[in-house]
Design a protein around this ligand. Structure first.
Ligand SMILES: CC(C)(COP(=O)(O)OP(=O)(O)OC[C@H]1O[C@@H](n2cnc3c(N)ncnc32)[C@H](O)[C@@H]1OP(=O)(O)O)[C@@H](O)C(=O)NCCC(=O)NCCS
Length: 169
């Protein structure tokens, strides 16, 4: 079943038991996101389930969470007109449009909230699925911090800053 942007909804605390295994798998793998692999459930919950005005979303199939995203102002004060966010899809649910739907929903939210752009701060340069997804939605790479991520297979690889201009300033 292909997942579409209309399948994305705001997360509730009842979704947390389905979100945590997805986060846990991604952080212990250490291949795609610069999080502490020792992150425990309590720390992950406070990191991921951010209160408003941030927003947390899921794609779910009944009670099963397929993927999740969160989104927020990238910086405080004079930097709070640029949004940022993160997303993760469960390994068994990849390749079905969940990631695309989560980013399309994030983009709609950011436009609606008046953000001028979305900035992803740390896209691992070997994360081909994420880069292909973001580029297909119009994101460009502003630059790469060389060797800023220690990949277990590839060694020191770069972290891209990726940017989508929303045209509102
Ligand atoms: C990156 C991630 C979110 C993609 O989620 P997904 O649900 O598998 O992606 P989708 O099925 O929506 O695919 C969207 C696009 O991503 C790209 N893509 C997905 N899987 C790919 C793969 N294995 N190789 C190359 N491109 C791929 C394609 O451009 C695809 O578009 P298409 O289906 O029209 O060809 C998912 O792999 C993931 O959660 N990875 C671990 C965490 C992570 O990397 N998060 C992002 C950190 S920046």
């Amino acid at each position: 079943m292909l997942v579409r942007v209309t399948d994305i909804r705001e997360a509730t605390t009842a979704d947390w038991p389905g979100i945590w295994p997805i986060i846990h798998a991604v952080v212990v793998e250490r291949r795609t996101m610069p999080y502490d692999p020792a992150l425990d459930e309590t720390g992950a919950r406070s990191m991921w389930l951010l209160p408003p005005p941030a927003r947390v979303t899921v794609a779910a199939d009944g009670a099963q969470v397929l993927g999740t995203a969160n989104m927020y102002a990238n910086r405080a004060g004079p930097g709070d007109h640029v949004a940022s966010g993160s997303l993760m899809v469960g390994a068994g649910a990849r390749g079905r449009g969940v990631g695309r739907a989560l980013v399309e929903d994030m983009t709609t939210w950011a436009r609606g909230a008046g953000f001028a752009a979305i900035q992803f701060n740390a896209v691992v340069e070997t994360n081909t699925p994420a880069i292909a997804l973001y580029e297909s939605l119009g994101f460009t790479t502003l630059g790469t911090a060389p060797g800023a991520f220690r990949h277990p297979d590839h060694g020191a690889v770069g972290l891209r800053v990726m940017w989508l201009d929303l045209g509102a300033r």
